[in-house]
Ligand binder design. Sequence first.
Ligand SMILES: [Zn+2]
Ligand SMILES: [Zn+2]
Ligand SMILES: [Zn+2]
Ligand SMILES: [Zn+2]
Length: 488
Amino acid sequence: MAALLELFACALCARQLELPVTLLCGHTLCARHVEQDGQLRLAPCPLSTCASISSSPNIPSTSRVTYIPAPPEDAAPAPLASIDLHTDVTVSKVAALVRRRATIAPTNPHTSGDSTDAESESDVRPSTPPIIQRPRKRRRRQQPSEELRTHFDKEFTSELTCEICLLLFYKPLTTPCQHTFCAKCLQRSLDHSTQCPLCRHDLAGYAYNLHQPCNKVILSVLLRAFPDSYGERGRQVEQEERDARLDTPIFVCQLTFPGMPTLLHVFEPRYRLMLRRCLESPTPAFGMVMPSRPTQFGSGNDFGTMLEIRSVKMLPDGRSMVETWGTHRFRILERGILDGYMVGRVERIDDYPDTHTGPESETSAPLPAPVPAPHILTADLGAPPLPAALPPPPDQPDVLLHICHAFLDQLRQGAAPWVVTRLSHTYGPMPADAAHFSFWMAMLLPIDEYEKAKMLPIRSARLRLRLVVYWIEQLNSNWWFTNGCVIA
Ligand SMILES: [Zn+2]
Ligand SMILES: [Zn+2]
Ligand SMILES: [Zn+2]
Ligand SMILES: [Zn+2]
């Protein structure tokens, strides 16, 4: 018991904690050290040895992601109003339990007697129990010691149980309202609401600090009292996280292609969790597919693009801006749901080596799948319907490229030159190679995104260009498009 008691010493005055308050750095001090005009300051820590708080997630050293935490000045928690209401709930209760147990069941005086703390001597020395506790002590001494120990163990374990997962705390984090949860449990709760899951205290501005250090007192109690269970709990959590990374996480959001940047605003709880898991992998990436069309039956979004995470900028409330880069395409072979987001077993899609050299192989070249007339994004201008059939587009790569460039010139010189400028700003400069150019060109066209998604499965740059040229010809055959009507 003495071994446990010494863990409840204040990190500053080294005496037994009196009204324990846990700061953002994870140190627990007596309230009087951090009190100022009746309020408690949870940062900065008055300990000279305390390292500053790192608020970055557990990003592997090999990861190339740029992680920008939320600026602390926006996120500093407001000082708390009342000391009495805000002492560390778990530390107070566990310390009281251990002290009571120490006074009831004296342990070896050689181990309990090494305390040099004068003020708390009456608490830790079983030989001089405080008067106020004497009647209880006498009553308890009549109980069989076995029963007493069971009762203590039960209460002790219960105080060290997370209210969210109902398991032993793992990496205990203490909130400004002084409630403790497993770090991962608290993170997931804050993904949904900025209120404390127990007392509803508003933790807005605290979310930035999710990766703060553990409560050092509770952690040391766990390690001393339950070294095996804690180790086992750690292995379980790590295993779950590893399993979660085995499948490819899939963000159902919008169309994107390889070789293009995509900026994402991550705010949905399930995707916040997905992002955290991605960041713990050495090569953080996720797949992105378009949502199925509302009218579409089955899974129409089997093809997507893998996005490599380049940078993450956290906002104080836990949302984030994520810069990504499309690396390659994939097809979903099998899909599932993990904690609310889609995961899948995917197969990478690359282009076949294109051996096409000229018109002589034209007849043997595979043709694109029949393409329905593009659905054009525009207000209903009473435009005449698209012609039923246009002659098939040419097949030679240089002719196809020429048509694309001519179309770009037409856009630049036409009524809406800003379209090209704006889109090339969004999707990056025009790529030199035909493979990426085909995707870039498709992104620029003012046609339906689901139509553009037909590019994803095509494994030949030439065939993709052919599809692009087909769309260009469809657009050019529209009187309103060639007459410079506004493109919605
Ligand atoms: Zn102290
Ligand atoms: Zn500290
Ligand atoms: Zn938990
Ligand atoms: Zn709370």
